[in-house]
Write a protein that binds this ligand. Structure first.
Ligand code: TYD
Ligand code: MG
Length: 456
């Protein structure tokens, strides 16, 4: 019997299956399996012959070569620059600023090393127009390429240290079926570029668009193939952008980089706290500010809640920026341990500026924000709140309280509601708080008492 030469691959999670199925067994998404050619897999399998293993201590030590772009926000998210021989995938919605960021980074890199910028989306004239707009004077090699084999050939000739491919969805290989951007094409292109990066020790930046369902294979599919995955996020209608690492073989994934998109490209924001706080803070029930730590940097962010009567049989619970399960937990603790009921009420939670909070240290701020909206009573505008909440309503201490306190003080806040254990820790360190009021709390009940005048 002839061997099957096609199989099916999920565009969402990369799961492979021999047969087509309506629902992916890997991620349970519907209609995501797409036919791909199984040829590349067979081609690799024909290589035979045993390798002789090498003892770990006999592998020559390689000093990690890093290319630094000198755009601090970018280098920090990369873990201290780009490692040679590695592949970095930069994902994000179309139009969010991926090409702009890479063009700016390329210009900086080109001052120190040999860079090739391969554009599959824009013509070289468009690239030049953008470079002029960004006021880039540094010259580097560019090429408009959409064919994978021509790209590989060009890289072999030019021998750059850093290669930028914008974007993975615009490159294709003729023998593989499917239009550019389809699962089989994107996998093939990425696979070849990863192989080339390792063999020739070239650092590769790969741009990948995230598009709404189906039309193109999203970068999600490629995450396991590359060394480092960064996402550029933000609201297209607002000017700031957040660069977030979600996978990094050479550094931490907690770091974020913050930029502002201006008429001359992306500008770094080295002190981003003030961006995520509404300037007119007084008299806004439902708004509470917390000090979160993203990677190595403290960041003040504002959580907003709206609690309103529901007109549905079951109330709505929506949240953006905080996990909905976390919100459900906080609501349950408030109900059980503070006697505050959200029965028959819709709750909407939002973190200002499209920031996402993963730390449980935002629990107490979330609880006070929900309570504040329910009571219709605002928290004092000079207050920052930190603390993790346990299931029994106790407020647990948080790490790196000193850093959080310093950030709050630096931005002119005057009060910090924090776990009692943290207050004691801060007091032990020093007695110099310059009229800054520290309010230590041990339970959610105490925290509510300390925050609001009105009783429910
Ligand atoms: P772009 O980098 O082309 O996005 P992507 O590569 O992710 O698709 O960015 C496009 C948007 O950025 C476009 O809407 C215009 C805006 N922009 C600026 O605001 N300032 C600039 O200096 C540049 C180059 C673009
Ligand atoms: Mg682009």
């Amino acid at each position: 019997m002839a061997k099957k030469t096609t199989m099916f691959c999920c565009t969402s999670c990369g799961h492979e299956n021999q047969k087509w199925l309506g629902r992916c067994p890997g991620c349970s998404e519907w209609n995501t399996l797409e036919e791909v050619s199984a040829v590349p897999a067979r081609r690799k399998a024909t290589k035979t012959g045993a390798l002789s293993p090498v003892a770990l201590n006999e592998i020559p030590a390689l000093s990690e070569e890093r290319f630094v772009t000198a755009i601090n926000e970018f280098d920090r998210v990369l873990g201290g620059g780009m490692v040679s021989g590695s592949v970095v995938l930069l994902g994000g919605d179309p139009g969010i600023g991926k090409s702009t960021l890479l063009l700016q980074a390329t210009a900086r890199l080109a001052a120190k090393t040999n860079v090739l910028y391969a554009s599959g989306e824009e013509s070289l004239r468009q690239l030049k127009m953008r470079a002029d707009r960004l006021d880039i004077n540094q010259s580097f090699q560019t090429a408009a390429i959409t064919d994978l084999d021509i790209l590989l050939e060009t890289v072999n000739t030019v021998k750059p240290s850093v290669l930028v491919v914008d974007s993975v969805q615009s490159i294709y290989r003729g023998e593989i079926g499917g239009v550019p951007g389809s699962v089989s094409q994107v996998r093939e292109v990425t696979g070849e570029l990863v192989r080339m990066a390792k063999e020739s020790n070239i650092a590769v930046f790969l741009v990948g668009h995230v598009t709404k369902e189906g039309a193109m294979a999203g970068p999600r599919l490629l995450e396991h193939m590359v060394d480092c995955v960064l996402y550029l996020e933000g609201d297209r209608y607002q000017s700031f952008r957040i660069l977030r690492g979600v996978k990094n073989r050479f550094g931490s994934t907690n770091e974020i980089g913050v930029f502002l998109m201006e008429s001359e490209g992306l500008k770094e924001v080295s002190n981003p706290s003030h961006l995520f706080i509404t300037q007119n803070r007084e008299q806004a029930p439902g708004a509470v500010i917390t000090a979160s730590i993203e990677g190595t940097r403290p960041l003040l962010v504002e959580i907003q809640s709206l609690v309103a009567p529901t007109y549905y049989p079951s109330p709505r619970r929506t949240s953006s920026g905080i996990d909905l399960n976390r919100v459900a937990l906080v609501l349950a603790v408030l109900e059980k341990h503070a006697g505050i009921s959200f029965f028959g009420l819709d709750t909407f939670v939002n973190v200002v500026g499209g920031v996402r909070l993963f730390e449980p240290t935002a629990d107490l701020a979330l609880a006070l924000s929900l309570t504040s909206s329910l009571k219709g009573e605002s928290l004092n505008g000079d207050t920052v709140v930190v603390g993790e909440m346990g299931l029994t309503g106790e407020i647990r201490p948080v790490s790196r309280i000193r850093q959080r306190f310093n950030e709050a003080a630096k931005l002119g806040f005057k009060r910090l509601i924090l776990p009692e254990a943290n207050r004691a820790e801060l007091k032990k360190d020093s007695n110099e708080f310059n009229n800054f009021q520290l309010i230590g709390v041990g339970s959610i009940k105490e925290a509510i008492k300390a925050s609001f005048l009105k009783r429910l």
